[in-house]
Design a protein around this ligand. Structure first.
Ligand code: HEC
Length: 129
């Protein structure tokens, strides 16, 4: 009996991080809001998002960032992305990202889950990155 309970607890714990990290499939849908200015593999109005997770803010070579972004000192991870996407102008005052943000924390979690998964997509495996 003890064993069964322990196994059940382990199984529950194993599914937890995935849930807390959000639903990538939903996130891909939410990303359509970003796609007005961003794509994964190419710079548009905003910089490409391949390579985003783990890189320093404002460092895609050849993309013209605001000074605010270049000087922000941010490294993009789940936490800093959550903060920025919630309220871009509050997180990086002076950013040229003209977007009001995603207010719903669940939507942000889904979006970030998808951004993480997308780093391993075929699009991001191209040599251009
Ligand atoms: C209206 C156009 C626009 C929309 C919509 C937009 N962005 Fe941006 N984004 C930009 C621009 C322009 C920059 C560069 C900002 C700067 O240099 O201050 C940027 C920068 C970023 C950065 C920093 C990238 C880096 O290389 O440091 C992240 C992260 C980001 N956007 C995520 C998102 C996400 C996620 C969404 C959708 C929820 C989104 N953006 C929607 C225009 C946009």
């Amino acid at each position: 009996m003890r064993r069964v309970v322990a196994a059940a607890a382990l199984a529950a714990a194993a599914t937890l991080p995935a849930r807390a990290a959000g639903d990538a499939a939903r996130g891909e849908k939410i990303y359509e809001r970003c796609a007005a200015c961003h794509s994964l593999a190419a710079d548009r109005t905003g910089p490409r998002h391949c390579g985003l997770v783990g890189r320093k803010a404002g460092t895609v070579a050849g993309f013209e960032y605001s000074n605010a972004m270049k000087r922000s000192g941010i490294k993009w991870d789940a936490r800093s992305l959550d903060r920025f996407i919630a309220a871009p102008l509050a997180a990086v005052p002076g950013t040229s990202m003209g977007y009001d943000g995603v207010k719903d924390p669940k939507e942000r979690a889904d979006l970030i889950a998808w951004l993480v998964v997308a780093q391993r997509s075929a699009e991001c495996a191209k040599p251009y990155n």
